[in-house]
Design a protein around this ligand. Structure first.
Ligand code: NAD
Ligand code: ZN
Length: 262
């Protein structure tokens, strides 16, 4: 399954992790494809059927009709996410944490799969929000997604806040919506301070999230990239592994455990 070069890379990356106190893991859509969550951009994917330009944040705010369509699109995403189960790559992150080797996971994903695998909330920095929650854009009140989803499917097609009548939106970051300030700052700080930075399943094309590996390199970290296809940071990485995340992360963590026990 893994070729000779990959085996050597697994050994090297495991050694970096075992030798350091802090490893930051950065994940994108590719860490969840093995859980059955498709990459939104692939052929036949959501963006082939929905035009992302119709869902820009300003349009969502301005039009009830856009909000209805947004909730329709996000209803489809919600059911895909509900069915998904964590895979070996998510579980590998949890194992590293239990070994005391994980600083945090910084994720672009909205699927809650790192937490479902068993990572404590405080170890996950979500840059693009979480689809399992809903927030009021006016007063900031947070709701459980299941409760609001029930209302939407009962005919309240663009729901409003119980407290202030403000606009409710899945707690994810829409195109054109501002990034969460605290999370972005914390992710940058952790990236700059870590000794080892692992990116898994991200093309590193969405900014500012994709600056994190650059910050890590600027801070002097070893940078490893695990991704099936090319990324924007391959040229600055210390190791680029072109394999599926589940198998490679499983092998890296198993090897780290052996090195750590020695
Ligand atoms: P991306 O689609 O730009 O890149 C995903 C990368 O993962 C691709 O380069 C692909 O080659 C690689 N990949 C796919 N399966 C893999 C596997 N099994 N092992 C290793 N690599 C694999 O994704 P991105 O960088 O995360 O950016 C997409 C944006 O869309 C993000 O902002 C994210 O919030 C959102 N998104 C989230 C989810 C989710 O929550 N699961 C799913 C789709 C999109
Ligand atoms: Zn409100």
């Amino acid at each position: 399954m893994v070729d000779h070069t990959t085996e050597k890379q697994i050994e090297t990356i495991a050694q970096w992790i075992a030798d350091s106190t802090r490893t930051v893991i950065f994940t994108g859509a590719g860490v969840s494809t093995e859980s059955g969550v498709p990459d939104f951009r692939s052929p036949g994917g959501l963006w082939d059927r929905f035009d992302p330009n119709e869902f820009l944040f300003d349009k969502f705010l301005a039009s009830h009709k856009v909000r209805e369509n947004y909730w329709k699109l996000h209803t489809e995403i919600y059911y895909t996410l509900l069915k998904a189960k964590p895979n070996p790559a998510h579980r590998a992150c949890v194992k590293l944490d239990r070994m005391g080797k994980l600083d945090c996971v910084i994720t672009q994903n909205i699927d809650n799969l790192h937490q479902n695998a068993g990572l404590p909330d405080k170890k996950v920095i979500e840059l693009h929000g979480n689809a399992m929650k809903v927030t009021c854009l006016d007063c900031g009140e947070e709701y459980d997604r299941e409760v609001i989803q029930h209302r939407v499917e009962g005919g309240d097609s663009a729901p409003a806040c119980d407290s202030c009548k403000g606009i409710l939106k899945p707690a994810t970051i829409a195109f054109g919506q501002a990034m969460p300030v605290a999370e972005t700052a914390e992710a940058e700080r952790r990236s700059r301070e870590t000794a080892v930075f692992l990116t898994i399943g991200s093309s590193l094309a969405v900014y500012p999230a994709a600056y994190m590996p650059v910050f890590a390199k600027q801070g002097g970290a070893k940078l490893a990239i695990i991704n099936l296809t090319e990324t924007s940071c391959d040229n600055i990485a210390d190791s680029v592994v072109r394999e599926k995340a589940g198998a490679v992360m499983g092998a890296i963590v198993q090897r780290t455990e052996q090195l750590y026990e020695k």
